[in-house]
Design a protein around this ligand. Structure first.
Ligand code: ATP
Ligand code: MG
Length: 389
């Protein structure tokens, strides 16, 4: 008998003829995500994936944590894999029930059996009855509750018997790399990492661009963004981070533009640069963490003015979300603690106290025409530093 990890995946099933491509990608991504944890056999069979440690003493907690971060995985169950033999199956069922009772203080259970191997002499209801009776005989204090049990003791008979009680939810989504590439505008804030995560969940490979204004923003602010990109890469390797020096552009904007328009003009330049770096890297869309009405630069008027400089689609997955909803996701995916570290962002260093909430595009364009932005944009792209995480 050995312990294995049973992996369920959902939406990929719907992909018709492309299904094998998606499944293969999922298996590749799983392999990559657990490679440094030891040797594993990864077996795909009948709409499931089984991960079997080759060596003893595999770190199962770590394995579960990693696998649950792979997009495409819907849920996992650590399971005992045994021969298809009645006695062994019932003994293992007792062991599983005992563990559930000890680890989760469970008091009630029911058995569910599925039988793919029809050569087994008992039907599913018969297996349930016999296994249930065996458990009740061997464990005191455990009762059957078919309507609302504390745990379900699952017995699946396939090529082998699989016995388990825990089902751990993962994030679902599509395997990274099946949805093309997009360029995330990644600040050090709470929103943009969440926006990137949401699009990566749809199978998109992330590139990220960060604008920093050294020495107005510190090295630590830059490290914070690298850390955020690293956290994202735990879900969707690789994340390619492009770090763009933005100081000269911000100083030029500050000098030439009226104070209330600085933010929106700065955002337009960011979008232009992001789009160009996206094209250089075959990324086909931009992603931002904008949400309507959150700040002055995110009114519908300001969004129009910002959007006007780019041709690619701009994905804004947070557009209709409240801040508390975004924070909730940030906490769940592990970016929140890093996002709230108090280092300054280039936007916070250079912004006006009262930006114009309804900027007029004609005025914005006129102010931009008075500066030589193009030279500085080319220079910033030239000096961009790229890190693959
Ligand atoms: P966030 O929490 O993501 O920083 P925010 O609510 O602070 O968002 P803004 O500062 O107006 O909003 O930024 C809006 C969006 O612009 C961000 O979500 C991000 O996509 C992008 N952005 C802002 N600053 C930067 C930066 N320094 N580098 C890259 N992208 C940025
Ligand atoms: Mg911000």
């Amino acid at each position: 008998m050995e312990t294995i990890l049973l992996v369920r995946y959902g939406e990929i099933m719907l992909k018709g003829l492309n299904r094998p491509v998606f499944e293969r990608k999922l298996v590749d991504n799983l392999k990559a995500s657990i490679r440094d944890l030891g040797k594993f056999n990864i077996i795909r069979s009948q709409g499931r994936i089984y991960i079997e440690p080759v060596e003893e003493h595999a770190d199962f907690q770590q394995l579960i944590k990693r696998v649950c971060k792979v997009f495409g995985v819907v849920s996992v169950s650590p399971a005992y894999k045994t021969e298809i033999d009645e006695n062994i199956v019932y003994e293992t069922a007792v062991m599983t029930a005992r563990e559930a009772m000890e680890q989760e203080y469970a008091k009630t259970f029911k058995v569910e059996a599925r039988r793919q191997d029809k050569s087994f002499p008992l039907t599913s209801p018969e297996i349930c009855a016999k296994a249930g009776a065996h458990v009740l005989r061997n464990i005191k204090g455990l009762k059957v509750d078919v309507h609302n049990p504390d745990f379900v003791l699952n017995i699946e008979l396939r090529d082998h018997a699989y016995i388990y009680s825990r089902v751990i939810q993962a994030f679902g989504g599509m395997p990274t790399g099946t949805g093309g590439k997009a360029m995330l505008l990644l600040s050090g804030g709470i929103d943009s990492p969440v926006a990137g995560w949401m699009m990566a969940k749809r199978g998109i490979e992330l590139h990220a661009v960060h604008f920093y204004s050294y020495p107005y923003t510190s090295e630590r602010a830059k490290d914070k963004v690298i850390d955020l990109a690293k956290i994202l890469s735990e879900y969707c390797k690789p994340v390619t981070l492009h770090i763009v020096p933005f100081t000269d552009i911000q100083l030029l904007i500050n000098e030439h533009c009226s104070i209330g328009l600085i933010t929106v003009i700065m955002r337009r330049v960011m979008m232009r640069i992001a789009e160009r770096i996206a094209r250089q890297n075959d990324a086909m869309a931009l992603i931002t963490g904008e949400s309507v009405g959150q700040v002055a630069s995110q009114t519908i008027e300001a969004l129009n003015v910002t959007n006007a400089v780019v041709n690619m689609p701009v994905f804004r997955p947070l557009i209709g979300m409240d801040k508390v909803e975004v924070i909730h996701i940030a906490e769940k995916i592990g970016t929140y603690e890093t996002s709230i570290l108090p280092y300054e962002d280039c936007c916070t260093v250079f912004v006006a106290k009262h930006p114009v909430t309804k900027p007029k595009i004609e005025i914005v364009e006129k102010q931009e025409a008075g500066m030589d932005l193009e030279t500085l944009i080319l220079d910033a792209i030239e000096k961009t530093e790229t890190i693959v995480l």
